[in-house]
Design a protein around this ligand. Structure first.
Ligand code: XIL
Length: 387
């Protein structure tokens, strides 16, 4: 939060307060206007608990690394505001599935222990992702007639072990992550090693294995850009195919890695589209980037918006706060939406510092000092004007 931003918010609050106290009446006996007090947002000590404000609607989650449990400011932030956590990395296949039949559960178990001690739920992320697919799953000769069966068995054994390990501790799994194509005319992510080895049936195998290992956990398909109609159509074509085959799927996870120019109406449409298929919604990885980049920035790192460095324009943080307010208003209007998680808990730790390029980014509700930003106040208090 910059000083200019605080100044602008205070100026707006002061003007509103002044207008109210004047009642619009230009009375000659009115006392002279006193200089503004030092600029500030509302006292952080008065910040309501985000999870309590949203409790009637959905749980409030955040992605974390186990190392953050050793950072007192992060622990305090989690305990105050969050009712759910997601492992930012330590429940991914490359972290847990280090070798066939060998499972590295210890880092994830640390998160589970913390969550249980603090009455926080855990979302499981993720059982299958093309970016976290260890080579041992695919070892062998694809020309061998037994190859498909072998790879399928490895996938099913992995999912069975992992889901069983976390049974009762994880309330929802992103069973498959980012399986829809970004290319017009394609439905599935053709370049995924899972697609290459097994064709699109791997998605069904993953869901069925997860359900067999835990009859109660919620099962999700998770993806990004669901707010874009073309991508959403591809994802929902996959969902409809799964439903038509009787595959056990409970909901759609919307990552919502969005930016300050994203339309909240488009997000509204994404949630409605899932409802009309009879499934529930989770928002799984929300963050609002300060930058609006062209596709090339994500494809090959070119054309990315220049780094703001330490000079983030107040107008951008303002746009971010407005969008957060609109998004949470949309979220609250959907009874089908049961969980909203941000990808990180404060601007002090966000993957957007390194993706798509190294750059200052401040995409979350709390600043790097773990203090509520104007975006936080915009979300929790409709009476606060966003400048
Ligand atoms: C990201 C993590 O935040 C990074 O630390 C890691 O290097 C790469 O993965 N979509 C997802 C998440 O589903 O798992 C990704 O997390 C961000 C994009």
């Amino acid at each position: 939060m910059s000083e200019q931003m605080r100044t602008r918010i205070l100026a707006t609050i002061s003007i509103v307060a002044l207008a109210a106290s004047c009642g619009g009446d230009r009375n000659a006996s009115m006392p002279p206007v006193s200089p503004s007090p030092p600029p500030s947002l509302p006292d952080p000590a008065n910040a309501p608990r985000l999870k309590d404000v949203m409790a009637a609607h959905f749980s409030v989650g955040g992605a974390i690394e186990p190392s953050q449990l050793g950072v007192p400011a992060d622990v305090a932030l989690l305990q105050k505001h969050f009712s759910s956590i997601t492992a930012e990395n330590v429940m991914k296949p490359a972290r847990i599935g280090t070798a066939p039949g060998i499972y590295n559960f210890a880092p994830a178990d640390q998160l589970i222990q913390f969550a249980q001690a603090n009455f926080i739920q855990v979302r499981g992320h993720t059982l299958l992702w093309h970016q976290s697919a260890p080579a041992w799953f695919f070892a062998g000769d694809p020309a061998d007639p037994g190859y498909r069966t072998l790879v399928r068995q490895r996938l099913e054994a992995y999912i069975t072990e992992v889901v069983a390990h976390f049974r009762g501790a994880v309330y929802a799994w992103d069973v498959v992550n980012e399986v829809a194509s970004d290319t017009a005319g394609q439905t599935y992510r053709e370049s995924s090693p899972w697609q290459v080895a097994l064709g699109p049936d791997y998605i069904e195998y993953a869901f069925r294995a997860a359900r067999a290992a835990d009859p109660d956990v919620l099962l999700f398909i998770n993806d990004y850009n669901t707010e874009l109609p073309a991508k959403r159509a591809r994802l929902l074509a996959i969902v409809q195919d799964l439903i038509s085959k009787g595959v056990p799927i409970d909901g759609v996870g919307h990552q919502l890695h969005v930016n300050v120019n994203t339309s909240a109406t488009a997000v509204d449409e994404a949630l409605t589209a899932v409802e009309s298929l009879g499934l529930i919604n989770h928002v799984t990885e929300l963050d609002v980037s300060l930058y609006v980049d062209p596709g090339s920035c994500f494809e090959n790192g070119t054309g990315c918006q220049a780094d703001y460095g330490t000079n983030v324009p107040p107008s951008i943080l303002s746009a971010q706060a407005s969008l957060y307010r609109q998004l949470f208003s949309v979220f609250r209007s959907h009874a089908s939406l049961r969980s909203v998680s941000t990808w990180g808990i404060s601007d002090g730790h966000t993957w957007l510092s390194n993706f798509p390029v190294n750059r200052t980014n401040q995409p979350l509700l709390f600043d790097s000092a773990r203090l509520p930003k104007s975006a936080f106040w915009a979300v929790v208090d409709a009476s606060i004007a966003v400048p």
